[in-house]
Design a protein around this ligand. Structure first.
Ligand code: 4AD
Ligand code: MG
Length: 463
């Protein structure tokens, strides 16, 4: 059966041709004049197509009159110019077939607007709402934009592993992967004996594909990963997920400044292509979620990101320290309230903070000449705060080995990573962008759980 996508029909001027629409009923209105209006959506666009079904259709009384929200239908009919306001085309039905009923007494998605919290409890049905259909299309278009950005620049797409034996970002927040029988777990000297486990050693879900991306960057030049990453931090916030997608480019012969330049170009490029390719969906968010959304995105694209060091950021923040819940002090991490203050109040545009104290950053970052700070960079956006974290990597063998020891990590676990510094080491840098946070920024959604199809958060794994 030839299926006509609603997105295409709404742009079509081939009036008088026969079309076949397949989708779900969004609304139905029965008119006294002997016909019904059906609004059908098929997911190809946020817009519905209007179908007019007259009572002369054989199944009008028995079937069409009984249709309710959520029923799936196949409509054959003639594409005609619409006399009504708000749409250019409509379908004059010649045949309406119901494929699946949706009992209005139990179908959860009725016409009224539902809260985001409620919709999270029906994650299997929420893609049928305007909001979540739009998020899915935007997510798709942005993924495509990300691949296009790197492919256009000759980056190689690398599939880094999901199961890993190493810890990229520092111990403590990883999910263990095991086939051990947890009920009858045997201990040896009070410890779990991982020699009995699948890999004969502890294994986890990756928190980042960076270490493996470095391996390939030091052979292929420029690479990027784009895949799921996992963090078992117990943070129930509007911007943390236990499973999220990260984009991680890694560039050989590239220093911190060049990495920041690329990151700025990258963010602007993805925002620009999203504005162009997702116009209808963004218009929807602009109307119903945040009236300043599109103008904010356009402002970010036009602005030059403000660059300052961590030390400079602390100086600015300490002048207004009483505004904050968390302490402002050199050596302490910059919290999300601080990030947002810098972006939203001080600079009113994205901010890049570089050169953090080495104690609060992972072992792999290049130590500066001062011995106290590392060549780190965080990019902060208004609303969501940190969107990108990255750095120039330590390329000196001895310094890296010392950092691993200082951080109480076992150099034996990182022998292959250290080897990259023993054989043909080069200056190299990279960063990671949190994909859902960027989606959050573009859509104005206040909770990251609405930016991914099936969110994983503490105590939440229904779907
Ligand atoms: O700053 P992070 O931890 O950096 C890394 O993982 C580096 N290995 C990246 C690299 O240099 N290749 O994470 C990068 C980004 C953050 O800036 C944030 O946007 C996002 O990933 N992120 C999360 N997003 C959702 N939920 C979480 N729990 C996140 N943790 C980090
Ligand atoms: Mg970070």
């Amino acid at each position: 059966m030839m299926r006509s996508k609603i997105a295409e029909l709404l742009e079509s001027t081939h009036f008088g041709t026969e079309v076949t629409v397949m989708g779900w009923v969004r609304t139905k209105r029965d008119s006294k004049g002997g016909f019904s209006f059906l609004e059908i959506n098929d997911g190809s666009t946020i817009k519905n197509i209007q179908v007019i079904a007259e009572d002369k259709l054989a199944n009008y009384t028995k079937e069409i009159l009984r249709l309710t929200i959520g029923c799936s239908v196949i409509v054959k009919g003639i594409l005609v110019e619409s006399p009504g306001k708000g749409q250019k085309v409509e379908v004059q039905a010649t045949d309406v077939k119901t494929i699946g009923w949706a009992d209005p007494d139990t179908y959860p998605l009725q016409k009224k607007r539902h809260s985001f919290e409620y919709l999270r409890t029906i994650a299997h049905l929420r893609p049928r709402t305007n909001t979540f259909g739009a998020v899915a299309r935007i997510r798709n278009a942005m993924s495509y934009g990300i691949h296009t950005f790197f492919q256009d620049r000759g980056f190689i797409y690398l599939h880094s592993p999901i199961i890993t034996g190493s810890n990229c970002e520092g111990a403590g927040d990883m999910f263990t992967v095991t086939t051990l029988d947890l009920q009858g777990l045997k201990h040896k000297d009070g410890m779990v004996d991982f020699r009995e486990d699948f890999f004969a050693k502890p294994a986890s879900l990756t928190v980042s594909g960076q270490l493996e991306a470095e391996v390939y960057a030091l052979a292929l030049g420029n690479v990027y990963t784009f895949g799921p990453t996992f963090r078992a931090e117990n943070s129930n916030t509007y911007r943390h997920l236990a499973e999220f997608w990260m984009v991680e480019p890694e560039m050989a012969f590239c220093d911190l400044k060049e990495a920041v330049d690329l990151a700025e170009e990258f963010v602007k490029s993805i925002l620009t292509s999203t504005l162009t390719n997702c116009k209808d969906d963004l218009d929807f968010f602009n109307r119903f979620v945040d009236k300043d959304l599109i103008s904010t995105v356009e402002h970010i694209i036009r602005s030059t990101f403000e660059r300052l060091t961590y030390t400079e950021a602390i100086e600015i923040l300490s002048q207004v320290r009483e505004r904050f819940e968390f302490p402002v002090e050199w050596g302490k991490d910059i919290q999300s309230e601080h990030e947002r203050y810098l972006c939203e109040v001080v600079f009113k545009r994205p901010v890049v903070v570089t050169d953090y104290p080495k104690e609060i950053k992972p072992f792999y970052m290049k130590v500066n000449k001062d011995g106290r700070t590392v060549k780190a960079m965080d990019i902060l956006l208004p609303g969501v705060g940190e969107i990108i974290g990255g750095s120039q990597r330590e390329d000196d063998y001895e310094t890296l080995l010392n950092r691993i020891k200082e951080m109480n990590l076992d150099p034996g676990d990182y022998w292959w990573y250290l080897d990259l510094r023993r054989y043909g080491t080069v200056i190299h840098s990279g960063f990671g962008l949190g994909f859902e946070r960027l989606i959050q920024f573009v859509t104005g959604l206040s909770n990251i759980r609405d930016a991914i199809p099936f969110p994983r958060t503490p105590k939440n794994l229904e779907f």
